[in-house]
Write a protein that binds this ligand. Structure first.
Ligand SMILES: [Zn+2]
Ligand SMILES: [Zn+2]
Length: 420
């Protein structure tokens, strides 16, 4: 087991006096305090490098911190070591006769799990073990060779959509276990454009939501622009000018909003050297929206591309570049398509909104957003069978944690073996 110092806890009697020293005199930065109701304590974290200091203030007379101060006075209360797997760590320690206060993990601050080791086992120091909360969304890029191609999953940051709309007719008690909803019934999603590099150039499949979204919509979709596609490209030593082609699976704002940017001269193409590859029939639908799809087809995302002369339209299912083939699924939109990446005898598929996340593996878990759900169902049924049997590597554009993996099936149960 590997343990890393996370923080040192200090019991304080009077918080203002403690802050006068730690914050004002030492100049340490104090984070927003967090209450841990089970311990009747308020924790104030102070950043001090990889490990932190934690000032602990009792919030009730019967708080363990109040008891500690009454017995021993204010001062060093505990040290916290971070472990990967708390349950495994406790089993490991119990097997070595280490005296534990908690034999099972319990909830700590910031969604973490914690357990205490008895001070008698740690030579007079109270030791807290902590397992940090799993991140809600995994950002950062990942890359792998695929025959003659190099595939890199990028991201355009996290966002949230209505959980009910994401799972259509599936009742919430069933999907909520796989994709927990927040207080506004939204589930965590990501936008993950895929970069394909080959001898013929660099092609980006979809390009995220971009930077044009107004404040109100950002709030509705919990759009967090702290890290986005620019950062993902920079992580790979690239920028907007590095791309030769941008291919759209469809023209919804969360897939192609990033195609254009607002400039002082109005809305303009974002990628200065790129040709934009768009299916002609999807363009027709997107530029003639109706009441049901108007909120998803935002005209500023794509209309300005045509007068700029940067669009190459194509018709039907075609190989847009060697190893990159589009196949219409319909269903989600009339012309929604997925992208086959075929090289070296292997097949990877970017499934866009056909299988947006790993929670959508069951055939009937079709989005309420889809214009033609029965068409989605028919295509998806056939496609998932094929993907399992032929071991296609699937890229999930909206999954918050799993970027790519193989769909596996046993006894009618499906799961994803995560690869990226
Ligand atoms: Zn869509
Ligand atoms: Zn989408």
């Amino acid at each position: 087991m590997r343990a890393v110092l996370d923080h040192v806890g200090i019991a304080v009697e009077r918080l203002d006096e403690a802050l006068a020293f730690y914050r004002d005199a030492l100049g340490l930065e104090v984070e927003v305090p967090e209450d841990v109701p089970t311990q009747r304590v308020r924790a104030h974290m102070l950043g001090t490098g990889p490990a932190a200091l934690e000032l602990l203030e009792a919030t009730a007379a019967d708080s363990p911190i109040a008891g500690f101060i009454a017995r021993r006075g204010p001062g060093l209360h505990h040290i916290t070591l971070r472990v990967e797997d708390l349950r495994a760590a406790l089993t490991h320690l119990a097997a070595r006769q280490v005296r534990l206060i908690d034999s099972a993990p319990r909830p700590g601050a910031h969604g973490s799990l914690v357990a205490f080791i008895h001070p008698s086992a740690a030579h007079g120091v109270l030791v807290e073990l902590k397992q940090a909360a799993a991140p809600a969304v995994r950002l950062g890029t990942a890359s792998m060779p695929w025959g003659e191609l190099q595939l890199t999953t990028l991201h355009d940051g996290p966002f949230r959509l209505d959980g009910g709309a994401m799972f259509g007719v599936v009742p919430k008690p069933l999907w909520d276990r796989l994709a927990p909803a927040d207080d506004r019934n939204r589930i965590q999603l990501a936008m993950r454009p895929l970069l394909v590099e080959a001898s013929w150039g660099r092609l980006l499949v979809d390009c995220g939501v971009g930077s044009k979204m107004p404040e109100k919509a950002r709030d509705i979709y919990a759009l967090d622009r702290t890290v986005h596609l620019d950062h993902a490209l920079a992580e790979r030593g690239m920028d907007d000018a590095s791309l030769d082609f941008v291919l759209a699976t469809h023209l919804h704002f969360d897939h192609f909003g990033g195609a254009t940017v607002r400039t002082s001269q109005g809305i303009a193409p974002r990628f200065p050297k790129a040709r934009y590859l768009i299916r002609d029939a999807e363009w027709e639908d997107a530029t003639h929206p109706h009441e049901r799809n108007r909120a998803s087809y935002l005209q500023d995302d794509f209309v300005p591309l045509k007068p700029a002369g940067v669009v190459d339209f194509y018709a039907g299912d075609v190989t847009v570049k060697p190893g990159v083939r589009v196949v219409r699924t319909g269903g989600h939109t009339g012309q929604h398509q997925i992208v086959y990446l075929e090289s070296g005898g292997r097949t990877a598929v970017f499934t866009a909104d056909l299988i947006p996340t790993t929670a959508h593996l069951q055939d009937a878990w079709v989005m309420g957003y889809d214009l033609f759900p029965m068409e989605t169902l028919a295509f998806k049924k056939r496609f998932i069978r094929e993907a399992i049997d032929r071991e296609y590597l699937i890229f999930f554009e909206h999954d918050p944690l799993v970027r790519a993996g193989f769909i596996r099936e046993r006894d009618g149960k499906r799961w994803v073996e995560q690869i990226l």
